[in-house]
Unconditional design. Structure first.
Length: 521
């Protein structure tokens, strides 16, 4: 039986044969150029009936009928576009066919600038912690609940970044500039709307949320924390709009533009802290104004970088119902995953706040240095890179509060509390980079259902462990060992899934890699 190719005129020939006539042949190599499918791997589902495709180099646009489980199945939404130049070598190798060292080199070369993007945010919070800690233990403790409402809450909107890079990369792979612009416009609208919603919510409910979170025992930190979040809250629209612009650039495989913007923002933040806090003595209020201004500058520069690429970042568009559901389909599992992380870290700070001002201040220093080191979010080569980062960062991250605690605070009681948690701090930090590599692999394989449910399970176990630790009076050390359990549970769960026979590395069902409209929930 011979299935003829579907409609289209071209010098290329494409035929799909039944296995009763021809024996299986090796999968053909498609040497795509950077202008075509550079962001997406196009793989075909392993069929029960072996097939092969003969392609003569030219421009091709085809729809195929594929025999699947004894029936003819039309891949109606899959369009393969390919443009081959006359001088292109047919034996170009993909990343998967390169040696391990070449893989690691290419990964580091591509992700190197992107690492800086995730360092800048934690770096600003670390600057806040270091500068404020030199002036007041109460203001240092106030940063704990304040950063929950400013920084940790912002991670809930990470779905905007994931959805933007996903949709933009898919549209670029299809070489459809109008679709890229449309995706950017509707996601800018979602980001801007979410930002104004958070600004209003912070103004109306910020003080109430802080009071409920910190509790009556820590009433002395609430005024300082409230001043901080009210100032930082002014930047919410800029922050979320900047995330969309940044992720759009990453979807275009441009990490240098956003990196330059955030580098400038970090410099502005550092200078602002030096002037407002150190020289003028404004304390936590000066730190808040400095961080807020740097976030607005970063957003403006990232939007400008997007405009230089020929796209309009000043034309937000209201999404239709179908488009909103499409965004929700990608965002829902990511939202659930990030919410689980945010809730656990919030619970960690919540229990730390019940242990007194000095303990809470020590926890704030340790958790900010921890977040700074775990910002390297980028599997064999990935795990090796992750393991190396884990050991290096674990050693450096533990050495700083151990040998240089005066960088953050001169208070001897706070330093003693910091030293108590060094062992669980190291154990939690060293496993984080490999964990992020594995979770990134699951996200790339669109195994979103598993990763969201797995994170909910880790959250439940971690919250239960925190409750037991708090009720039995194990103190801050017990809270940090709960974090160790949470991090290692994430690692083992992700590792088991990746290496399982039906995981993304070994499953024969590769339909989720197809270049089609993305739906994840």
């Amino acid at each position: 039986m011979l299935l003829k190719p579907f409609h289209g005129s071209s010098s290329a020939t494409a035929q799909i044969h039944n296995h009763q006539i021809l024996r299986p042949l090796p999968r053909p190599s498609f040497p795509f150029t950077n202008r075509s499918l550079s962001n997406s791997a196009v793989l075909f589902r392993s069929l029960s009936s072996p097939s092969y495709v003969n392609v003569v180099p030219s421009r091709i646009r085809r729809r195929f009928a594929v025999p699947y489980e004894g029936h003819e199945r039309e891949v109606s939404s899959l369009e393969i576009e390919r443009e081959v130049d006359d001088g292109l070598q047919a034996n170009e190798q993909s990343l998967g066919n390169q040696g391990l060292l070449n893989q690691m080199k290419e990964i580091v070369t591509f992700t190197g600038p992107a690492i800086g993007l995730w360092i800048c945010g934690p770096l600003m919070s670390l600057i806040d912690t270091a500068v404020i800690g030199q002036g007041s233990a109460v203001e240092l403790a106030a940063l704990g609940p304040a950063t929950v409402l400013c920084d940790y809450t912002s991670y809930v909107f990470m779905f905007l970044s994931i959805a933007t890079s996903n949709m933009v990369a898919t549209a670029i792979a299809k070489q459809d500039k109008n679709e890229v612009q449309h995706h950017i416009s509707i996601l800018l609208f979602v980001g801007l709307t979410s930002g104004f919603f958070m600004l209003v919510a912070t103004k109306l409910f910020g003080s109430v949320a802080l009071t409920a979170f910190a509790g009556p025992k820590n009433a002395d930190v609430i005024p300082a924390a409230n001043r901080y979040i009210q100032i930082r809250g002014l930047a919410w629209p800029a922050v979320l709009t900047g995330w969309v612009a940044q992720s759009a650039s990453l979807g275009m495989k441009d990490s240098w533009g956003p990196l330059k913007a955030l580098a400038v923002a970090s410099i502005v933040d550092g200078i602002g802290h030096l002037v407002l806090c150190t020289f003028l003595g404004y304390g936590i209020v000066g730190a808040a104004w400095s961080t807020m201004a740097s976030q607005v500058i970063a957003a403006y520069m990232m939007v400008g970088a997007l405009n230089k690429k020929g796209y309009s970042a000043y034309s937000p568009s209201v999404p239709s119902t179908g488009e909103f559901l499409s965004i929700l389909g990608i965002a829902a599992p990511i939202f659930l995953t990030m919410m689980s992380k945010v809730v656990f870290y919030s619970l960690l700070i919540y229990y730390a706040t019940s242990m007194g001002t000095h303990t809470m201040a020590a926890h704030q220093v340790m958790v900010q240095t921890f977040c700074m080191c775990t910002a390297r979010m980028l599997l064999k080569s990935l795990l090796i890179i992750g393991a190396i980062f884990g050991l290096v960062l674990g050693t450096i991250g533990t050495s700083v509060p151990r040998f240089f605690p005066n960088l953050f605070t001169p208070e001897e009681k706070i330093i003693q509390e910091m030293h108590k948690v060094l062992t669980p701090y190291f154990l939690a930090l060293v496993i984080t980079p490999p964990t992020l590599c594995l979770e990134g692999t699951l996200l790339a394989g669109r195994d979103l259902k598993f990763i969201s449910l797995s994170m909910c399970g880790c959250l439940s176990l971690g919250a239960l462990l925190l409750l037991v630790i708090s009720s039995r009076g194990y103190g801050l050390v017990g809270c940090w060992y709960a974090l160790v359990g949470f991090q290692w549970a994430r690692f083992l769960s992700a590792l088991r899934r990746v290496l399982s026979p039906d995981g993304v590395l070994y499953s024969s069902d590769l339909s989720h890699y197809r270049l089609v409209k993305q739906k994840a929930a």
